[in-house]
Design a protein around this ligand. Structure first.
Ligand SMILES: C[S@@+](CC[C@H](N)C(=O)[O-])C[C@H]1O[C@@H](n2cnc3c(N)ncnc32)[C@H](O)[C@@H]1O
Length: 293
């Protein structure tokens, strides 16, 4: 029931918080859509993160949304709820060490190994607004000019359509540009107008962004990758989901490819991976797979 005390909360009139049952319903819905496990101690986030969605549907209270979903669950609405609950925190060259290790050790080895096919594939899985993919593109252009003329693609995928749209636009605000980029990167790889910095076409051409759920039974790729960055997303999944996902990632990684996880993340099943500590960071090399891929 709505209470008497109403206060502004993220632009939406807020009376009493939603009930425990309503929060539980929303948490379950998010889990079904994106496999993200939300902690009940952070239920307050529903109010702020869903305020825009509520407004767009002419609602003011979470309980109205829950009612609507219960009475007439529309797939797009359920999906929008889950997308709005994703945490999209990212930055250029986040935790620089993986990029440094790629530059000094891993890419020279991979480039040598691909010198006949002249083809390299990167996957920024859970790419958010695209900074990780564009960081890879800058690294390649800045340090590996010999790749000019090679077939190089950086795929970026994310569950949340809004961030994928932003990644595709390649447009960033000052606060985003100031996180992780050196002055020379900004000058060389961005066009600047007013308060917006846009990735130059030569970087954009190297990157392809699309929406994809990492937990779907089939990921939208048929080719294998040489480098997979699966960073800072597994922490939102439970053990079972992580295990399933890493099995899929293993199938999509070349036998001599490289996997990076977030600095607080580890593979669940070490029968698939060899962990290597180098350059102050861990990366994972696939072990030979038994049976068919
Ligand atoms: C914290 S960001 C990490 C971004 C980037 N990988 C990094 O390390 O900076 C987590 C991203 O994972 C995405 N995500 C969450 N669940 C997902 C799923 N099931 N499938 C694909 N992406 C998902 C979110 O939308 C969000 O953009």
């Amino acid at each position: 029931m709505m209470g008497a005390s109403t206060a502004a909360w993220g632009g939406v009139a807020r009376s009493e918080a939603a009930s425990a049952a309503e929060y539980a319903y929303l948490r379950q819905l998010v889990f079904e859509q994106s496999q993200n496990v939300l902690d009940a101690s952070r239920d307050y986030l529903f109010e702020t993160r869903l305020s825009r969605l509520l407004r767009a549907h002419g609602m003011t209270h979470l309980e109205e949304l829950v009612q609507l979903l219960k009475v007439k669950r529309s797939a797009p609405l359920a999906r929008s709820v889950a997308e709005a609950m994703t945490i999209n925190e990212t930055s250029f060259f986040r935790d620089g060490r993986p990029f440094e290790l790629l530059r000094t050790e891993l890419l020279p080895r991979l480039i040598e190994a691909r010198r006949t096919t002249r083809r390299l594939r990167f996957w920024s899985a859970a790419c958010s607004t695209g900074q990780e993919a564009y960081s890879l593109a800058m690294l390649l252009r800045e340090h590996f000019p010999a790749l000019d003329g090679w077939d190089v693609v950086i795929e970026g995928t994310d569950f949340c359509g809004e961030v994928v749209g932003r990644a595709q636009s390649g447009r960033y605000q000052r606060i985003e540009i100031n996180r992780g980029l050196r002055a020379r990167h900004i000058v060389t790889y961005f066009d600047h107008a007013d308060e917006e910095w846009t990735v130059k076409p030569e970087l954009k051409r190297m990157c392809r962004f699309r929406q994809a759920n990492l937990c779907a039974s089939n990921l939208p790729f048929s080719e294998t990758f040489d480098v997979v960055m699966l960073r800072n997303v597994m922490l939102y999944f439970n053990q079972e989901t992580r295990k399933r996902l890493l099995k899929q990632v293993r199938r999509l990684l070349a036998n001599d490819g490289v996997l990076f996880l977030g600095s607080a993340e580890q593979p669940t099943d070490m029968t698939l991976w060899t962990s290597v500590l180098a350059g102050g960071t861990a990366h994972y090399l696939p072990k030979a797979m038994s049976g068919s891929r």
